[in-house]
Design a protein around this ligand. Structure first.
Ligand SMILES: Nc1ncnc2c1ncn2[C@@H]1O[C@H](COP(=O)(O)OP(=O)(O)OP(=O)(O)O)[C@@H](O)[C@H]1O
Ligand SMILES: [Mg+2]
Length: 285
C-alpha cells in the first residue's frame, strides 16, 4: 500500500505538458473569515478526460469549481482555464472561459419562471445575439434532445419536471454553447440508481462523441467506477491525490481508505463491466 505524501506534491508536469491541460490550478487558497477551505491547493485537469472530484461534505469541492469558473475570487493562487489566466480580469479572457465552459450547478440553478427551452436559450441569446430567434429555439431543442429529454419538455417549467428531468434540463443548458469543457456538480445526486446510471452513460457518450473535458464532482461511487478516467481527492484543504482509481485505492490516507474500501465501494467496483463490455454500454443510451 502506498502512503499519501504530505504535503501533496505539485502535479507532475512531466507527465502531461501544459498544452495537454484544460485546467491548471496552483497554490489556491480560499478562506471564509477564519475558516480556511483551501490552502495551497494544486490541480491539473487533462484535456479530454473525465476527472472525478471527490471529498467529504464541506471539503470545498463546489468552492473549487466556483473559483475555477471565476465565480469566486480566491484569496491566493493561479488558475488557468483553456490556456488563459482565469484571474486576469481581462474581459476577453472572461469571455473565452464563458464561451467554452458549460456548468451544471449542484442545485440545478434553472430559472424557475422560464421554460426549459427559455433556460437553454439564455446563454445562446447572450453569446449569439446575431442569430435569429428561430435558430435559438432550434438549437435549444437540439440540446434538450441531446440531454435525453423528450422534445415536449422544452415548453415545460422546471417545477413541472421530475428531479432527474431537471438535471437533464440543466445539462442541456450547460451544453448550449457546445463547450469543450463541462463542469458538473453532483449530477446524479437524488436520482434513483437506474436514472443515475443512465445519466452516467449520457455523460460518457457526450465525452466520447464531442471530445469533452469533464470536471465532475460526485459522491457517487458507481459514477466514479463507471466513467471517470482519473479521480482527484480533496482532503486536508488540498488535492491529496489525482490518479486513476486503481492507484487511488492503494493510497494510505484515512479518508481514502474508508471511502474506497467500504461496502459501497466494493459493490461499485464489482459492478464495473470488463473494458470491452464497457465500451458497448457507453454508446447505448
Ligand atoms: N459563500 C460562503 N460563505 C461562507 N462560507 C462558505 C461559502 N461557500 C462555502 N462556504 C464554506 O466552505 C466550505 C466548503 O463548501 P463547499 O460548498 O465547497 O463544500 P463541498 O465540498 O461542495 O460540500 P458538499 O459535498 O456538501 O456539496 C463549507 O464549510 C462551506 O460552509
Ligand atoms: Mg458541493
Amino acid at each position: 500500500m502506498h502512503t499519501v505524501p504530505a504535503p501533496a506534491p505539485a502535479p507532475d508536469d512531466t507527465v502531461c505538458d501544459d498544452a495537454g491541460l484544460a485546467i491548471r490550478v496552483r497554490g489556491l487558497t480560499n478562506r471564509f473569515g477564519s475558516q480556511v477551505v483551501h490552502d495551497g491547493l494544486d490541480l491539473d485537469v487533462r484535456r479530454g478526460e473525465i476527472l472525478g472530484v471527490v471529498g467529504g461534505s464541506g471539503t470545498g469541492k463546489s468552492v473549487l469549481m466556483r473559483s475555477i469558473l471565476g465565480l469566486r475570487a480566491p484569496d491566493e493562487g493561479r488558475i488557468e482555464v483553456l490556456g488563459v489566466d482565469a484571474r486576469s480580469g481581462d474581459p476577453a479572457d472572461r469571455l473565452h472561459i464563458e464561451r467554452n465552459t458549460g456548468v451544471l450547478f449542484q442545485d440545478g440553478a434553472l430559472f424557475s419562471s422560464l421554460t426549459v427551452g427559455e433556460n437553454v436559450q439564455v446563454p445562446l441569446k447572450e453569446h449569439h445575439r446575431e442569430l435569429p430567434d428561430r435558430w435559438h429555439y432550434e438549437l435549444a431543442l437540439l440540446k434538450v434532445k441531446l440531454a435525453g429529454l423528450p422534445a415536449d419538455a422544452i415548453n415545460k417549467l422546471p417545477s413541472q419536471l421530475s428531479g432527474g428531468m431537471r438535471k437533464r434540463a440543466g445539462l442541456a443548458r450547460a451544453l448550449a454553447l457546445d463547450p469543450p469543457l463541462l463542469f458538473l456538480d453532483e449530477p446524479t445526486a437524488g436520482l434513483d440508481p437506474i436514472g443515475a446510471a443512465a445519466f452516467d452513460r449520457l455523460i460518457k457518450t457526450l465525452q466520447e462523441a464531442l471530445g469533452l473535458t469533464v470536471f465532475l464532482i460526485t459522491h457517487d461511487l458507481d459514477t466514479l467506477y463507471a466513467i471517470c478516467d482519473r479521480v482527484a481527492v480533496l482532503a486536508d484543504r488540498r488535492v491529496v491525490a489525482n490518479a486513476p482509481l486503481h492507484e487511488i485505492e492503494q493510497l494510505d490516507h484515512p479518508w481514502i481508505q474508508e471511502y474506497f474500501h467500504g461496502p459501497r465501494a466494493r459493490a461499485a467496483r464489482a459492478a464495473v463491466p470488463p473494458p470491452s463490455d464497457r465500451d458497448a454500454t457507453a454508446t447505448t443510451s
